[in-house]
Structures are given as structure tokens and as C-alpha cells.
Design a protein around this ligand. Structure first.
Ligand code: FES
Ligand SMILES: [Fe+2]
Length: 458
């Protein structure tokens, strides 16, 4: 599929939609919508089928581990996980293990977490350390990675201290997120993420902190899991309860460069599939009932005569999130306090934009081609003078529900989880071995595979 020519897509988006497009909604916003959110950035990436073996074949998985993962910037930690010198986050993925470690000068280094004596992992959990002493024979490294001590030093005449420093990965930081890249050289983090940091200047993730963090192992390939969050055309079938306030098939899709893409899904409007609403109060009642991320349980919001649900929710959320975040959000658009701005950074990091409690997803292959660790975080904003508490990840058992920790968002996620194991076994059982993608609404999935192919071809 990589051979398709890349030309600008001239067709207006979203072709065939019956309702009001996101840009039309933006024109009716009570505040000026930022330029970068207007229009959409698309390319023609063709319409060839996708091979199911990309999700099922252990050889393909091995190729990803060898050629893709070492060469991409990976979201490894949030800054609030490691505030003090000696704090370290154990980050493991695709056969590698790292200790992402805060240095005395505030910088961050990422060491390969493997003892250079006989290979024991130095640490098996995140934490604080004055040094990294291997629990096996006591070889010890300073937290800057230099060798500190070898017991029975006389018995290792072949070793030079300088050559025994822990190997390091590259480290980059943006918006309170700490990234690592195993391979040397290549694109800087700044270039890799563009234009995402420019977009997020308004939303200030550097002042965010983790307020909830829940993970679960999903019996499906990591790409299948990530792709379940790259389009909104599954809403009407998988999440019918949210159609009463979600412009699902009016979502707008943009592809930026190789690594970044975006879905904007409008809320506060009826799904075009349900027709045109004559009852704005009903839309907001549905929103309140099924979107617990946004409102507290038991909240009622009355739509004044002649006003839309969307504008009413805009007013309500500007006030509520302004209080919650300790900030004046008067400049925030109706869109930015209610819509879903689902950004993806290749390959597995999805931070949402907007002035709302922020959703952040990360998907890591979990040891093999058919398991994924899916993590969901919510980020709040620090009020002036506040210090972020140290977050801890809650690992759910297979029979535990995201809904027990994330309310209505968790209930929606569990509907996605109900598909994914059967997506995997279905692809494994497929007679044709091929998947078909919608040309526009699933353009982010094609974009993702195109970039993956580019890495695999290197
Ligand atoms: S394996 Fe680490 S000290 Fe021996
Ligand atoms: Fe979903």
C-alpha cells in the first residue's frame, strides 16, 4: 500500500454528511475559533486494502520491534511522575527496558535498565534511588549512569570504568511529557511532533498533571487497539447511547506530516444519522447523562429559550472548568470546552486538545503480537502555587471495568473493549486476509500505516 501517490485531496469534507459540519458549527461559536482548527489537512493516500497479517503475524511484529520502535519518539513518562533528583520511571516496550531518571540539574536521562555484569534488570519498578545497585552481585551505578562500584574489583581486570557507564537513549520533553528514542540521531522531538506543540500552546499541557491513570491488558494487537480511537464512524453501532449529543459522522479528520493526525468530533449536537434535532434540551440532557468526564453526576443544565445546547454547554463548561483549573477561560471557544480533539502522535500516543479534563491514551504491545497494554489518563490543571501529587497507575484485571474508575468515559471504553478481542480473533480467522478502510473517516488509519511502512522500509 505504500506505493500510492500522495496528492492533496480536493474533495470537501465530510462528503456525504447530512448534518452541520464542524466548520459551520465553528462559525456559530460564541468566541473566535483558532485558525489552525479551521478547514482540514488531507492527502490522497489511496484506497488499497490493508493486510490483516499486519496485526496477526509474529514476523511483522518482529519487524516493528527491529525497525520501527527504536527509531520513533515514545511517550515514556509525565513530568509529575519524577519531580525529584533520583526519581526514576521504569518504562518498558518492544523488548527494551529503561530507567527514565531525573538528574540533580533537573534534566532527564534514560538508561537501559540492564546490569552490565550478568544482565539482571537493575529495577523492576519505578521509584527513587540514591544509586542503582544491582540486587544480584551489587554492581552499582550513579544516577547519572556512571559506574560507582564493582564488588571484588580486582577480579574484573578486563573492565574499564568509563566503558561501563549505562547505555542511554535520547530524551526529549514537550508539554510535561517526557519522550525517549533508542536510536541515535534522526529527527529532533520538536520536528517529530510538529505542528502539535503549536496547537497545544493554548491548552498548556505543561501545567497539567495526572489525576487518574488506569490500564488494562487487551487481547488484541496494539495497532487494532489504537485504531479503535482514530475514527468516529463506529459510534452509532458501538456507542449508540452517545448519538443523542455527538456529531459522529460530522467528525473532521486531518493528517499533518508523517506523525501527527487529528479527529475533531463535535458534541452538543445530534448525530446526523438521527436527523435534525427539534429539542435542544434533550441534547443537553443526553450530554449530561452520558458524558461524566464533563459534568458531575446529578447535574442539570437548562437550555434557555432560543439558545442551542452547544452554546449553553459552552457557557456552562467555561465556568466549570475555569473554576476547576483555577483559570480564566473566557477566551475558550464553545468547541474547546466540549468537543473531542483527539490527536495522535505516531505510533502510540494520543493526547486530547481543548480546555477540558484532558484524556491521554497510550498503547504498548504487551509482549507479543496479540496483546496490548492500554493506558488511559485524565489530566487536570495545576492552580497557581499547587504542586502535582505523584500519580500511580491502577492495573485492572481482565474482568475489571474501566467504568469503575473513569465513570461514563470508562463505560464507553468498555464498549470498545467488547469489540477488540473479537477484532483480533476475526482477523486471525479471516478468509480474505484483507481489511477495507473508509476513504475519509478512516484516513487517519491509512496515514498511520503509511508511516509505519516508511519505517519498516528503512
Ligand atoms: S548481574 Fe548485576 S551484579 Fe551481577
Ligand atoms: Fe469507541
Amino acid at each position: 500500500m505504500a506505493s500510492e501517490p500522495v496528492t492533496p485531496m480536493t474533495a470537501p469534507a465530510p462528503a456525504g454528511s447530512d448534518g452541520v459540519s464542524w466548520d459551520e458549527l465553528a462559525r456559530g461559536d460564541s468566541r473566535p475559533v483558532p485558525e489552525f482548527l479551521k478547514g482540514h489537512v488531507q492527502r490522497d493516500l489511496g484506497s488499497a486494502p490493508i493486510e490483516a497479517s499486519r496485526y496477526t503475524d509474529p514476523e511483522f511484529f518482529r519487524a516493528e520491534c527491529e525497525k520501527m520502535w527504536p527509531n520513533v519518539w515514545q511517550f515514556a513518562a509525565r513530568q509529575e511522575e519524577m519531580p525529584e533528583p533520583g526519581d526514576h520511571v521504569l518504562y518498558e516496550n518492544a523488548g527494551r527496558s529503561y530507567l527514565v531518571t531525573r538528574q540533580p540539574d533537573g534534566s532527564v536521562r534514560a538508561f537501559h535498565n540492564v546490569c552490565l555484569h550478568r544482565g539482571r534488570k537493575l529495577r523492576t519498578a519505578s521509584g527513587w534511588a540514591k544509586d542503582f545497585q544491582c540486587p544480584y552481585h551489587g554492581f552499582t551505578w550513579n544516577t547519572d549512569g556512571t559506574l560507582k562500584h564493582i564488588p571484588c574489583r580486582w577480579d574484573f581486570p578486563q573492565i574499564e570504568d568509563e566503558a561501563m557507564a549505562l547505555p542511554q537513549a535520547q530524551v526529549g520533553q514537550w508539554g510535561g511529557y517526557i519522550f525517549i528514542k533508542e536510536a541515535e540521531g534522526g529527527q529532533s522531538l520538536e520536528d517529530y511532533l510538529a505542528p502539535l506543540p503549536t496547537h497545544f500552546e493554548r491548552w498548556q499541557h505543561e501545567e497539567a498533571y495526572t489525576t487518574a491513570w488506569v490500564a488494562k491488558v487487551i487481547p488484541a494487537n496494539w495497532k487494532a487497539c489504537a485504531e479503535a480511537f482514530m475514527e468516529a464512524d463506529h459510534v452509532s453501532t458501538t456507542h449508540p447511547q452517545i448519538m443523542g449529543f455527538t456529531g459522529d459522522v460530522n467528525s473532521k479528520y486531518s493528517l499533518y506530516g508523517d506523525h501527527v493526525n487529528l479527529t475533531i468530533t463535535p458534541f452538543g449536537v445530534l448525530s446526523p444519522t438521527l436527523g435534525v434535532s427539534e429539542n435542544e434540551q434533550q441534547i443537553i440532557d443526553n450530554f449530561v447523562k452520558y458524558n461524566g468526564r464533563v459534568v458531575l453526576p446529578g447535574t442539570t443544565i437548562n437550555v434557555p429559550e432560543g439558545r442551542s445546547a452547544r452554546a449553553t454547554m459552552g457557557d456552562f463548561n467555561r465556568h466549570r472548568f475555569g473554576e476547576l483549573f483555577g483559570r480564566d477561560l473566557d477566551h475558550a471557544t464553545d468547541a474547546e470546552v466540549q468537543d473531542a480533539f483527539t490527536y495522535n502522535v505516531f505510533p502510540n500516543f494520543s493526547p486530547w486538545g481543548g480546555f477540558q479534563p484532558t484524556v491521554v491514551y497510550r498503547w504498548r504491545p504487551w509482549h507479543d503480537v496479540r496483546h496490548t497494554l492500554m493506558e488511559v489518563r485524565l489530566l487536570g490543571r495545576l492552580k497557581p502555587g499547587e504542586t502535582a501529587p505523584m500519580p500511580a497507575m491502577t492495573m485492572l484485571a481482565p474482568d475489571e471495568s474501566f467504568a469503575d474508575h473513569l465513570g461514563q468515559l470508562g463505560a464507553v471504553l468498555e464498549q470498545d473493549m467488547a469489540n477488540l478481542p473479537h477484532v483480533q480473533t476475526g482477523m486471525e480467522a479471516s478468509k480474505t486476509g484483507q481489511l477495507q478502510l473508509a476513504r475519509y473517516q478512516e484516513s487517519r488509519i491509512r496515514h498511520f500505516h503509511k508511516t509505519l511502512d516508511d519505517y519498516l522500509a528503512r
